[in-house]
Design a protein around this ligand. Structure first.
Ligand SMILES: Nc1ncnc2c1ncn2[C@@H]1O[C@H](COP(=O)(O)OP(=O)(O)OP(=O)(O)O)[C@@H](O)[C@H]1O
Ligand SMILES: Cc1cn([C@H]2C[C@H](O)[C@@H](COP(=O)(O)O)O2)c(=O)[nH]c1=O
Length: 215
């Protein structure tokens, strides 16, 4: 059976994950010998996109934090079995905007459920299918939130964007802890650089780690 490569892109809100992926994807598609596809969490497939709408709706202010954690894990489970695993079985390179580390950082630390407890419910969802490589776009939460506020109109802010600065600081610190705990899987990229440089760095890391993928 073919085995593809699974890469996740992580980081606090406003780190630039979506912008970077938009430029990185065509470069990877042009240079790689295999099919390259991108997807995102929460979402990526219709069922999980519906769950995304429920989670991020600013009107759902009464949502319990454990309900939130379970909904992210449920969306992830369906996305994994319906889209990511079949693509990997087909030998593709899958690049995912956020995956399980987001739950560890946001629900584990941001919501203060605890990283271990959130890892446990996600173990049920992902059955140990961690990414092969995670690019962690690191930016301090003030810079990230400032970018979000400049780039989006207030009615476009979701339920997580409008959390307190302290919530976003806990998220960033948790990411740094997860990075320190997983040095073989996660690589830090300085996301304060301009977008073109961040894209270049991400591209070089992937090329260096998987030279056989490229022509
Ligand atoms: N390196 C950068 N320098 C300056 N501005 C940036 C950079 N990267 C992204 N931006 C801007 O910051 C805003 C948020 O970017 P983007 O949506 O890509 O971040 P994100 O990490 O995907 O955020 P979120 O997780 O909240 O969706 C956009 O307006 C984008 O143009
Ligand atoms: C996967 C995942 C995401 N989140 C948060 C992080 C963001 O604030 C939103 C997703 O929006 P984006 O535009 O795709 O960045 O959801 C989370 O809290 N837990 C998760 O597992």
């Amino acid at each position: 059976m073919k085995t593809g490569i699974f890469i996740s892109i992580e980081g606090p809100d406003g780190a630039g994950k979506t912008s970077v992926l938009q430029e990185l994807l065509p470069r990877l598609q042009a240079a790689a010998k295999v099919t390259v596809m991108s997807t995102r969490e929460p979402g990526g497939i219709p069922i999980s996109e519906k769950i995304r709408q429920i989670i991020l709706d600013p009107g759902n202010s009464e949502m319990d934090k454990r309900t939130e954690a379970l909904l992210y894990a449920a969306a992830r489970r369906q996305h994994l079995v319906q889209k990511i695993l079949p693509a990997l079985a087909d030998g593709q390179l899958v690049v995912c905007d956020r995956f399980v580390d987001s739950s560890l950082a946001y629900q584990g630390a941001g919501r203060r459920i605890g990283i271990e407890a959130v890892a446990e419910i996600n173990a049920f969802a992902i059955e140990d299918k961690y990414p092969d490589l995670t690019l962690y776009l690191d930016v301090d939460s003030d810079t990230g939130l400032e970018r979000i506020r400049k780039g989006r109109k207030s009615h476009e802010l979701d339920r997580l964007d409008v959390e307190s600065p302290e919530f976003h600081q806990r998220v960033r610190h948790a990411y740094l802890q997860i990075l320190a705990d997983n040095p073989d899987r996660i690589i830090r990229v300085d996301a304060r650089e301009n977008i073109a440089d961040v894209v270049e760095t991400c591209y070089s890391i992937i090329k260096e780690k998987y030279p056989d993928l490229f022509n």
